[in-house]
Write a protein that binds this ligand. Structure first.
Ligand SMILES: NC(=O)c1ccc[n+]([C@@H]2O[C@H](COP(=O)([O-])OP(=O)(O)OC[C@H]3O[C@@H](n4cnc5c(N)ncnc54)[C@H](OP(=O)(O)O)[C@@H]3O)[C@@H](O)[C@H]2O)c1
Length: 230
């Protein structure tokens, strides 16, 4: 799908990858870009249309869908990541909080916007996942649970929406240079490069995008005797 002339919506668009995606979509000639944010006043990209959208609040998701009935591209980007042990302490609460944003948030937005994408000719639904869909780091178990589950949801959504012509793309990436990885000393993909890769995948109608070497290596290891998660 050509991005030029299309209408797009990005969740979590006030900072990080979401903000870079809004900038890249506008630079690529999108006719309109809705920048979904919990606080629309925090959207600072010139030319973007700020839209209140808290993915944990179904009322705001439905209100956003009522306002953005012209979208061709929806990018589920909003996400949270917090540390905590795999079991015990506040593990149950931590997993619930991650699922609310990273899994049910994706579900709420996808359910609200899938009929709109269908009416507008099919379009594209992009879910920003992670290398941690394939691999668990103990102190990030809740995040990994949510991203593995969101990967499964992405794959089911793809099957369901194929009939209406919507291309559903799962995006996996290791470290990107955003607030989420502040303080982590590791090679990081720039937000502009990650956004450019995602736009390339949309234009190519690609169903899966592995942005960096880390996500490619970890996925490749799954079919070996030494998968990265062991
Ligand atoms: N950074 C990485 O290395 C990395 C790696 C793999 C995957 N990812 C994924 O990439 C996506 C973007 O992450 P990022 O690195 O850009 O993180 P970030 O800089 O922390 O930004 C997260 C964004 O999500 C928004 N958000 C959080 N909860 C929300 C909610 N309930 N409703 C709507 N928006 C909400 C935040 O809005 P507020 O400003 O209101 O909090 C913010 O705009 C996430 O899905 C993340 O899991 C990141």
């Amino acid at each position: 799908m050509q991005i030029k002339g299309k209408v797009a919506l990005v969740t979590g668009a006030n900072r990080g990858l979401g903000r870079a995606l809004v900038q890249a979509l506008l630079a690529a000639g999108a006719a309109k870009v809705y920048a979904g944010a919990r606080d629309p006043a925090s959207v600072d990209v010139p030319g973007a249309q700020a839209l209140k959208l808290d993915v944990t609040d179904k009322a705001t998701v439905l209100a956003a869908a009522a306002q953005a009935g012209d979208v061709d591209i929806v990018i589920n980007n909003a996400g949270i990541s917090a540390h905590g042990s795999a079991l015990g302490d506040d593990a149950e609460d931590l997993i619930a909080r991650h699922l609310d944003v990273n899994l049910y948030g994706v579900l709420r937005v996808s359910e609200a916007f899938a009929p709109i994408l269908g009416r507008n000719g099919g379009g594209a639904l992009v879910n920003v996942l992670s290398v941690l869909s394939f691999l668990t780091i103990e102190q990030l178990t809740a995040y990994c649970v949510s991203k593995s589950a969101a990967w499964a949801l992405t794959n089911g959504t793809r099957q369901q929406l194929k009939g209406q012509g919507t291309v559903v793309t799962g995006v996996h990436v290791g470290y990107m240079d955003s607030d989420m990885t502040a303080g982590i000393d590791a090679p990081k993909t720039s937000l502009a490069d990650a956004a450019a890769s995602i736009l390339g995948a949309i234009e190519a109608g690609q169903e899966e995008l592995l942005i960096d070497d880390l996500s490619r290596q970890v996925k490749a290891s799954l079919s070996t005797d030494t998968p990265a998660y062991l």
